[in-house]
Write a protein that binds this ligand. Structure first.
Ligand SMILES: NC(=O)c1ccc[n+]([C@@H]2O[C@H](COP(=O)([O-])OP(=O)(O)OC[C@H]3O[C@@H](n4cnc5c(N)ncnc54)[C@H](O)[C@@H]3O)[C@@H](O)[C@H]2O)c1
Length: 145
């Protein structure tokens, strides 16, 4: 098991803040199965949003480009929580950089982009998943499937 996992969230909007908050509680909820989670960076093109969210949720820093997060050696796992039409470029770049990726739903705003992303995920050495909110919610009729 990894000694720790460095996480980043790209997008400090409504849903990005939910991801930022969730990573804060993940260690407590899933210990001892999950290694300690390091809250590393919030990425947002709006520096004010990124910096405010990093302070509010206790992240070490903020970045204004996804490329900075892709290049960062201290980040292992990245949530992509920006507009659907922007997912493909960012997800493909992160997977190419070896990051594990959790992309918000819907995967994209076009079938062609979604298919290309699925192919990139299949070819990647890292883990790629989509944020289907209810999949692991106990009350959901689909839980356990
Ligand atoms: N799972 C769910 O229930 C759920 C709920 C809401 C939203 N979502 C999904 O989450 C994603 C984001 O939605 P939202 O409502 O949080 O949007 P939002 O508009 O509130 O936030 C998006 C943020 O991304 C930033 N941004 C824009 N371009 C960027 C870039 N290139 N790099 C970094 N940051 C950039 C914006 O400045 C903004 O702060 C969408 O895919 C949406 O479908 C999922």
């Amino acid at each position: 098991m990894a000694e720790s996992l460095g996480v980043a969230v790209i997008g400090a909007g409504m849903a990005g803040k939910a991801h930022a908050a969730a990573y804060r509680t993940a260690s407590a909820l899933y210990s001892p199965v999950l290694p300690p989670v390091r809250l590393v960076s919030i990425g947002d093109v709006n520096a004010g949003f990124g910096s405010l969210a990093a302070r509010r949720f206790g992240y070490e820093r903020h970045d204004t480009s996804w490329q900075a997060i892709a290049e960062a050696d201290d980040i292992d796992v990245v949530s992509v929580v920006i507009a659907n039409s922007l997912h493909r470029e960012v997800v493909e770049g992160l997977l190419a950089a070896g990051k594990h990726v959790l992309c918000e739903k819907p995967l994209s705003d076009s079938l062609a982009d979604a298919r290309a992303m699925a192919e990139a995920a299949r070819d990647a050495a890292s883990i790629a998943r989509i944020g289907f909110t209810f999949r692991r919610t106990p009350a959901s009729p689909t839980s356990g499937t």
